[in-house]
Design a binder for this molecule. Structure first.
Ligand SMILES: [Zn+2]
Length: 447
């Protein structure tokens, strides 16, 4: 029996709920109760939450002070449609205009995203919103039999911005309070398969969670060393932050012989969809309204059409962004999933992918580390790190060269990518790939 799991679920959570007012399990239960509601009831829930959000925006959010309250009262969905979609650039130009005036400064939690567009966005959240996001993740994980205390290994970017001491404290907290260990996606090596097998056999996680590229490299290392030596059976592998390509899902399933889940979220919009074991990508309709817009006219497109995703986060009271284009494209799908959940379906967004870059000694470094470094520099409006050969790379930086501390940025990047010489290039903007997406790390050679 996993004592830590028992402790987290029977002592830690009840303590956080009683003493700290934590509502994660309460919100999760609410979401679990609504996932099979008839479609009309789900829509009525959305309508009620949307009306509250829009009235709040009209009363308290300067950017939305001109909203028509009579229209909101009469038909919140129509009122939403009348608001122009918001792009990241517009939001970045005046983020304060979106901060609700009635929210006490003490409850603002600062956050930042680099995300798939390569442009850092700084924003605020509050605790209720963070807990709603967490609850949506736990609801999705629960579809695989995973609970709050389930032991996991997260293949993820380590917190490179923290000091070694702070990182240790962070790791301890992960281990004892979350029953989770982080395996750095910046230090993978395909030659280390035996080490990974021994580690999994002794740590015995219930699930793995992380970047699909990094998990696939991890699986490759294990397959090379002999997957039959794995003695554990995982409840699931859940990938996040990146596109999960069908070949990756098949490969992970082949190596680990377990269900493969896919989480779609955005740091600045929450957990937006989760795949169920039947393969349906279910939208978190209780927490967010997703629209797909025509790329040219920004008018809503019907189900089945590809377009730009616009998100209205129904849980955001602090700095609401209505019809916010997070930088992804997607498709809403008609029909029902065979699992019986009535939550609407979408096609998982594509084009979110980072390269695994190669450092000294063949160490694989997930490209997200550059995002983690550069999002601390608001002077940079976009970037791209391109590795040409195992020892050369170019860092493109968009923004005013006079104010960007390029040397400091390059030295941080070099520290995480030893053995690679990096040259800097200033550009006006980062050009998107043919897919329309901007990728912030690219490797131009095969592993
Ligand atoms: Zn389903």
């Amino acid at each position: 029996m996993d004592i830590l799991k028992f402790g987290i679920e029977h002592a830690l959570y009840p303590y956080m709920e009683k003493r700290k007012g934590n509502q994660i399990r309460f919100f999760t239960k609410q979401l679990q109760e609504s996932e099979k509601l008839p479609a009309e009831q789900l829509r009525a829930t959305q309508e009620k939450k949307l009306k509250e959000l829009l009235l709040h925006c009209a009363d308290n959010v300067p950017a939305y002070q001109d909203l028509d309250k009579a229209q909101i009262e009469a038909d919140p969905f129509a009122a939403l449609q009348s608001i122009p979609a918001l792009d990241k650039k517009t939001f970045r130009e005046d983020p304060d205009a979106y901060v609700a005036l009635n929210v006490p400064a003490a409850s603002l939690i600062p956050n930042k995203s680099g995300g798939s567009t390569g442009s850092p966005v700084h924003f605020f959240m509050d605790r209720q919103q963070v807990e709603q996001y967490e609850a949506a993740r736990w609801r999705g994980l629960s579809w695989y039999g995973i609970t709050n205390g389930s032991r996991s290994v997260m293949v993820w970017g380590s917190s490179i911005e923290l000091s070694p001491e702070a990182r240790k404290a962070h790791d301890r907290e992960d281990k004892w309070l979350k029953n989770r260990e982080v395996m750095s996606a910046y230090e993978l090596n395909e030659a280390d398969g035996q080490k990974y097998i021994d580690y999994l056999n002794s740590y015995k996680p219930e699930y793995l969670y992380g970047y699909s590229t990094a998990l696939t490299a991890f699986a490759k290392a294990i397959e090379k060393a002999g997957k039959e030596k794995l003695k554990i059976r995982l409840k699931a592998i859940v990938t996040t932050s990146e596109t999960l390509f069908p070949w990756q899902a098949e490969y992970l399933n082949k190596v680990f012989d377990c269900p493969i889940g896919n989480e779609y979220g955005a740091r600045d919009a929450g957990i937006l969809a989760y795949s169920c074991p039947c393969g349906g990508m279910h939208i978190t309709a209780e927490n967010a309204i997703l629209e797909v817009l025509d790329p040219k006219t920004l008018q809503p497109l019907p189900e089945g059409s590809d377009g730009i995703l616009a998100i209205t986060d129904l849980t955001n009271r602090v700095q609401p962004r209505l019809r916010y284009m997070v930088g992804d494209t997607g498709t809403l799908l008609p029909g029902k999933c065979s699992c019986g959940r009535t939550l609407p379906l979408m096609k998982a967004p594509e084009g979110r992918e980072d390269a695994l870059l190669v450092a000294e000694g063949g160490r694989l470094v997930h490209g997200n580390f550059a995002n983690q470094i550069i999002r601390d520099y608001p002077q940079v409006s976009g970037f791209q790190l391109i590795q040409h050969t195992p020892d050369t790379a170019t860092l493109k930086l968009a923004g005013d060269p006079a104010v960007i501390p390029a040397d400091a940025i390059v030295s941080l990047i070099s520290a995480n990518l030893p053995g690679v010489s990096i040259q800097t290039e200033f550009v006006d903007a980062i050009a998107p790939a043919p897919s329309g997406k901007i990728r912030y790390s690219i490797r131009e050679f095969d592993l």
